[in-house]
Design a protein around this ligand. Structure first.
Ligand code: DX5
Ligand code: ZN
Length: 214
């Protein structure tokens, strides 16, 4: 399983060193949470700070949009050449069009589902995606409790992926730690996003990330 540390729980006063540290401690991707204060009740960072992260990162960027007006934010972050841009299906009227736009910019498109959204909501989009991100908390904040119903969703999503696009990856985000990671591994999750577990770990980032990789 790949691990994508969410920099939301990093020390923002020391951000570039934090990014370098996770990249040299076994991170596979750098997960960046973009919140606009409208789609979610929190506000994070824009292109100036994400550009500083991109300059320090030695691993690909995984940008998770939690915003209204996805297309505007895709234009904002595309020049930073992230590996993935994921957007919430709950906030997008024209997901098929947006997937095409992200891909035309040379970026892998991904869709995010909130905890209440069934995998069947994206059945006819899976063929065009590189990844589906399932939220295992309500989006907006780090440090929340893992919602276990995501495990059943992973199973249902997996059967859709097998039918429509076996190359599509499954990422899970929120409340992941060394206690629930084995449940995610059992159901076949490809990428685990973890913020507070990694950045607050007393034994350091390398230990925390390797404890998730198992
Ligand atoms: C929540 C974010 C997550 C969050 C994960 O809206 O999408 O990426 O930072 O943090 P933890 O691992 O602390 O739940
Ligand atoms: Zn996230």
């Amino acid at each position: 399983m790949l691990v994508a540390p969410s920099i939301l729980s990093a020390d923002f006063g020391n951000l570039t060193n934090e990014v370098k540290a996770i990249c040299s401690s076994g991170a596979d991707l750098v997960h960046i949470d973009i919140m606009d204060g409208h789609f979610v009740p929190n506000l994070t960072i824009g292109p100036i700070v994400v550009s500083a992260i991109a300059n320090s990162a030695t691993k690909p960027l995984d940008i998770h949009l939690m915003v209204e007006n996805n297309s505007f934010f895709v234009d904002m972050f595309a020049p930073l050449k992230p590996e993935y841009i994921s957007f919430h299906i709950e906030e997008e009227k024209h997901p098929d069009r947006l997937i095409g736009k992200i891909r035309s910019l040379g970026i892998k498109p991904a869709i995010v589902l909130n905890p209440h959204t069934p995998p069947e909501a994206i059945e006819f989009l899976i063929a065009k995606l590189d990844m589906v991100l399932l939220m295992s908390v309500n989006p907006g904040f780090g440090g929340q409790k893992f919602i276990p119903s995501v495990l059943e969703k992973v199973k249902r999503l997996k059967s859709l992926i097998e039918k429509y696009n076996p190359n599509c990856l499954i990422e899970v985000d929120g409340g992941i730690n060394n206690e629930n990671i084995s449940l995610l591994r059992e159901v076949g999750v490809d990428i685990a996003v973890a913020g507070s577990y990694i950045f607050n770990h007393t034994e350091g980032y390398e230990y925390a990330i390797s404890s998730l990789k198992g």
